[in-house]
Design a protein around this ligand. Sequence first.
Ligand SMILES: O=C[C@H](O)[C@H](O)[C@H](O)COP(=O)(O)O
Length: 222
Amino acid sequence: MTQDELKALVGQAALAYVVPGSIVGVGTGSTVNCFIDALATMKDQIAGAVSSSIKSTERLLAHGIPVLDSNEVTDIPVYIDGADEIDPTGCMIKGGGAALTREKIVADLAARFVCIADASKLVDVLGNFPLPVEVIPMAAQQVMRRFASTYGGEARIREGVTTDNGNVIVDVRGLRITDPLAMEAEVTLWPGVVTVGIFGRHKASVCLLGTEEGVKTLTFGG
Ligand SMILES: O=C[C@H](O)[C@H](O)[C@H](O)COP(=O)(O)O
């Protein structure tokens, strides 16, 4: 199966986690695009969506799925999103598409995080994928210096990218993130950091992995 077919497979499988009548939390990325297309087939059975990016909002609206303002929503049963890496405990690196901040905001509204990905995203230790950090532009150099002195790795500003919130993305290569919760807690405190792309406090409850043998379900509690 191609990567696109694996993404379509898990996008379709995620429909089983959508609670009828509810508002669905929708992530961002190529895998989520497959989910949005599948969700369109049951749009009459949901109350709408809360979206994590302008791109996902546009795709949802193009399918006629109503998108609610996150400020009008207090809680949702399920958030469905992709990931760049997933470790064996369900912690993830996200933000390859620069949507990490809004993704964490919507994930925080949700009782469960259903991660959809192809099997290549499952890793033993996070960090092979460059860690995205959304940073207020005036703090970019300061945050990159602090990363180098605290954790090492090689930090670079992602060229040509401005987030939906008007900020830059710093990508940090060469990390080995053995304690995602500790790094997430620490980096989140640095002035100028809006969001670090470690999803440890908002880790996956369930992960639907696309494999040659079909969808493999991993559960991490919750
Ligand atoms: O900012 C983007 C998100 O965190 C995506 O969920 C992540 O990059 C995975 O995207 P894709 O499904 O395209 O691999």
